[in-house]
Design a protein around this ligand. Structure first.
Ligand code: UDP
Ligand code: MG
Length: 201
C-alpha cells in the first residue's frame, strides 16, 4: 500500500510527465523500463530519506580475529536496523582498491590494504531510517583514541590502524560500496515484524 502511494509521488518529482500507470498492476509505466528510467536512489533518498536507506558495515580482520562479529551485529539489531545482507570473505587487493579508491594516494594506503587482506572480513548491509548517519555515530571516530566510549571503536579499539569496523560515510558512498561487495540477488527484501514499532513509515 505504501509503495502504491509513494511511487506516483516519487515519479512526479523526478520524471515529470511520466506518471502513467499500468492498467492491470497499477505499477507506474516508467518503472517498467529500468534502462530508460533508472531508479536514482541517490536523488530519491535525498527527497525521501526513509525510502530504504541502506549502508555497508564491515567487521575488519582484527574484529573477526578478536571474535567481535556477534557483538557488532547485536548493536545494529538492538538499535532497530534490519540486516539485509551478510557475507564472510577474504577481500582481494582489487576489491579493496575500489573500496578505498579515494585513499589510494594516502601514505597509509598500502598498510591499510595489508591489514584489510590479513584475514577474513564480515560485510553486512543494514537498512533503516537514517542508517548511514546513525551507524557512523555508532561506529565512532576513525581514530579510536578520539572515539567516544559507547561507540564500537571507542569500546573495542586503540589505534587507527586497527579500528575494527567500517561504515559507509554517505548515502551515495553506501550505494557504491554495497554494489561493490554484494550482487543484487544477495540482498534480501523482507519485512521485519516490529516495523511499526521502530518507525512510523
Ligand atoms: N586509516 C589509517 N590511518 C589513518 C587514517 C585511516 O590506517 O591515518 C585507515 C583506518 O582503518 C580507516 C580507513 O583507513 O578506517 C579508512 O579511512 P577513512 O578516513 O575513510 O576513515 P573511516 O571512514 O573508516 O572512519
Ligand atoms: Mg571512510
Amino acid at each position: 500500500m505504501l509503495q502504491r502511494r509513494l511511487f506516483p509521488i516519487i515519479l512526479q518529482q523526478f520524471y515529470p510527465g511520466q506518471q502513467e500507470t499500468c492498467l492491470l498492476s497499477g505499477i507506474p509505466r516508467a518503472l517498467q523500463h529500468g534502462h530508460r528510467y533508472a531508479w536514482n536512489r541517490s536523488k530519491a533518498t535525498a527527497a525521501f530519506p526513509d525510502v530504504r536507506e541502506r549502508t555497508l558495515i564491515a567487521v575488519k580482520p582484527d574484529g573477526v580475529q578478536r571474535r567481535l562479529v556477534g557483538q557488532i551485529i547485536q548493536r545494529f539489531e538492538q538499535r532497530g536496523f534490519k540486516l539485509v545482507g551478510l557475507r564472510m570473505l577474504q577481500a582481494s587487493e582489487d576489491l579493496l582498491s575500489e573500496h578505498y579508491c579515494e585513499l589510494r594516494k594516502k601514505s597509509f594506503y598500502h598498510s591499510l590494504v595489508r591489514y584489510m587482506t590479513s584475514g577474513p572480513v564480515v560485510v553486512m548491509v543494514w537498512e533503516g531510517h537514517n542508517v548511514v548517519q546513525t551507524s557512523r555515530t555508532m561506529v565512532g571516530h576513525t581514530n579510536p583514541a578520539e572515539a567516544l566510549a559507547g561507540t564500537v571503536r571507542g569500546d573495542f579499539s586503540l589505534h587507527v590502524s586497527r579500528n575494527v569496523v567500517h561504515a559507509s560515510d554517505s548515502v551515495e558512498g553506501a550505494q557504491r560500496e554495497i554494489q561493490l561487495w554484494f550482487k543484487a540477488q544477495e540482498l534480501m527484501d523482507w519485512d521485519c515484524c516490529d516495523k511499526s514499532s521502530t518507525s512510523e513509515k
